[in-house]
Design a protein around this ligand. Structure first.
Ligand SMILES: NC(=O)c1ccc[n+]([C@@H]2O[C@H](COP(=O)([O-])OP(=O)(O)OC[C@H]3O[C@@H](n4cnc5c(N)ncnc54)[C@H](OP(=O)(O)O)[C@@H]3O)[C@@H](O)[C@H]2O)c1
Length: 304
């Protein structure tokens, strides 16, 4: 019986080793982190998004399916969860799941305000806090720049009063980069969030350099182009240099490209699948590509 158990445990360990990448079997190793420039506080390079994947309704079946996803996230050093009142039931689902998972004390809670008007914004943020069941959010972001100057006043007040810790602003899909650049020039955001990945490198020309210059943390959203990147590489072998940066699968290669940009603080891939979460969290460990290999990764991807 004992022999059988240790054999099964060995298999489970091997599964983790394969998903995390060569030589990265030890999930207890410290994850890779980057500092938030405005304070120096360090957060892991890989967080998790919740759009669509957690908008499942908070029924028992959905919670039972998603609990292992979130447990795998915390088990492998995850901290930052990104959500929004725009994501349907995702905030409710997160709030239901958090008390059920171990390691939730490490949570770095990030959501958004997404509504016109300061009074409605205040009400929405309080509703989000209650849905998550957290005493306060670590990061409150203005979703898609909606009514951003109005919300900014409220967020500054909340930060002064200790009701949130960081202020951010978001966009995605390459939209409104000019407006975001202007907002970043004149505003002291702690975080900015936009799309960056092998499929969309537009941020490299202006957004990422400005974020570095203005000392803003960067959250890269849609690192897999909503999952489309996996279709693009389906049936294609990993390049042989992937092992040299501890990538055992395409997910880790996509994510390591994103988080190895020096101005990126973290990426927030979304998944509803615990095996995918295990792969994604593997990018939080091991070696990262240098500038030369990053160029090679982009060339390789463009050639696929
Ligand atoms: N304006 C904004 O503020 C804004 C806009 C867009 C997104 N975001 C944030 O960014 C997060 C990420 O973006 P996203 O959700 O649009 O897309 P994404 O993270 O680029 O892709 C998610 C998709 O990839 C699949 N996937 C994940 N890991 C995988 C793996 N290892 N192997 C194969 N497939 C995998 C998932 O399917 P499975 O469930 O089957 O794994 C899911 O369909 C969002 O959830 C949200 O939190 C913010």
């Amino acid at each position: 019986m004992t022999q059988r158990r240790s054999f099964l445990q060995g298999l489970a360990g091997l599964g983790i080793a394969l998903a995390l990448g060569p030589g990265r079997a030890d999930a207890a190793r410290a994850p890779l982190t980057r500092p938030i420039p405005s304070t120096g506080e360090r957060i892991p390079l890989i967080g998790v998004g919740s759009w669509l994947t957690f908008d499942t309704g908070a029924g028992r079946g959905a919670l039972e399916r998603l609990q292992p996803v979130l447990q795998t996230f915390f088990d492998h050093g995850g901290r930052l969860i990104d959500s929004s009142p725009m994501y349907g039931t995702a905030e409710r689902v997160i709030g239901e799941l958090l008390p059920r998972v171990n390691g939730r004390g490490a949570l770095f809670a990030a959501t958004k305000v997404w509504i016109y008007g300061q009074a409605l914004g205040r009400r929405q943020m309080e509703a989000s806090r209650s849905l998550w069941g957290v005493p306060r959010f670590d990061l409150m972001q203005i979703h898609n720049m909606l009514d951003w100057e109005g919300h900014l006043e409220v967020l500054r007040e909340m930060k002064r009063e200790g009701r949130i810790r960081y202020i951010g602003i978001t966009t995605s899909h390459g939209r409104r980069h000019d407006e975001l650049l202007q907002a970043m020039q004149k505003t002291d955001f702690d975080f900015v969030q936009f799309t960056y990945g092998l499929h969309d490198r537009d941020a490299e020309s202006r957004l990422l350099p400005l974020a570095a210059e203005r000392r803003m943390a960067v959250i890269a959203n849609r690192p897999f182009d909503g999952g489309a990147l996996f279709g693009r590489v389906q049936g294609k072998p990993l390049p042989d240099w992937a092992a040299g940066i501890d990538c055992a699968n395409w997910a880790q290669l996509f994510l390591k490209f994103v988080v190895s940009h020096p101005a990126v603080t973290c990426a927030i891939p979304a998944t509803s699948n615990p095996a995918h979460m295990l792969e994604n969290m593997g990018a939080n460990f091991g070696r990262l590509p240098d500038a030369a290999l990053r160029r090679r990764m982009a060339q390789h991807f463009d050639g696929i």
